[in-house]
Design a protein around this ligand. Structure first.
Ligand code: BTN
Length: 270
């Protein structure tokens, strides 16, 4: 049995009865699990499709950036989740995914998990997880969402990771050895299916207060930067759609995730 078949078998056994809700493909390598699913979307067989790669050769991050990962040192996968026509606006979807990751980390004992709008997961201000959500609307108004998640499990010594506020890994965040990648993924898929099922019927509004409890920048001054402009204000949380509420000199502005990033004002940060 190859490593990927052993990993698949272990993932299915950790999922237990939930295994029937997922179609799992665990592969050695691909350019990007998000790109693979977006380019060749599997037919809808009623299950959520999960593509896990031990190695990504061209992992993608938000805003056109690269995502670095290491075989054995990272968990990189994408989940294809289909929403029926008429389900809530997708703006809050990446926040819902971040919340699912935060809940999984808390359940395995990681202290001080925080969320940075729209969807970074931080420990002590350092990035542990990145999430890239890509959407493909269909003609019948149903929506396919590819939710790509990269978790740093144990960065190799001397790993050079470009991020303005630093990165961390699960081995540092936990005081005990991290669970195996299949065990971690099974726990995360369980959280994702619970929150995405709820999102499909009740929208982000049902998850808003849980997200805000973990907001790393609640009531703090932040800068929101787009490609050509920036706007400063106090972070007043998020609304029912997952838009950031920024208290500016001109009043409250709603910021939709799109192609913008958030940084704290008055010092380095996430
Ligand atoms: C970010 O923080 O910029 C988002 C990073 C998302 C990385 C994951 S790894 C699995 C999936 N495949 C990709 O190419 N990207 C996402």
């Amino acid at each position: 049995m190859s490593d990927t078949s052993a990993s698949t078998a272990s993932l299915l056994s950790h999922l237990g009865p939930l295994a029937s809700r997922f179609a799992i493909a665990w592969i050695d390598s691909c350019a990007s699990t998000n790109s693979s699913l977006m380019e060749r979307m599997p037919d809808d067989d009623g299950r959520a499709h999960v593509l896990v790669a031990d190695r990504q050769t061209a992992g993608r991050g938000r805003r056109g950036r690269q995502w670095q990962s290491w075989p054995d040192g990272s968990l990189t996968f994408s989940l294809l989740w289909r929403f029926a026509a008429g389900t809530p606006a997708p703006a809050g979807l990446s926040l819902a995914a971040g919340l699912a990751v935060a809940r999984m980390l808390e359940r395995i004992g990681v202290p001080g998990v925080q969320l940075k709008w729209p969807n970074d997961v931080l420990i002590n201000g350092e990035k542990l997880v990145g999430i890239l959500v890509e959407l493909q609307p269909a003609r019948d108004r149903s929506l396919a969402a590819v939710i790509g998640i990269g978790i740093n499990i144990s960065l190799p010594p001397g790993a050079q990771v470009e991020h303005h506020a630093g990165v961390t890994d699960l081995a540092r965040a936990l005081e005990s050895p991290p669970p195996s990648r299949p065990a971690l993924l099974a726990r995360l898929l369980a959280e994702l299916q619970q929150l995405l099922d709820l999102y499909a019927v009740a929208g982000f509004a049902a998850l808003k207060s849980a997200w805000e409890q973990r907001n790393a920048f609640a009531e703090l001054p932040v800068r929101i930067s787009g490609e050509h402009s920036a706007i400063d204000g106090i972070c007043r949380g998020v609304d029912d759609d997952g838009a950031l509420l920024l208290d500016t000199a001109d009043g409250i502005q709603r910021i939709l995730a799109g192609d913008v990033s958030l940084r704290p004002l008055g010092g380095e940060g996430a």
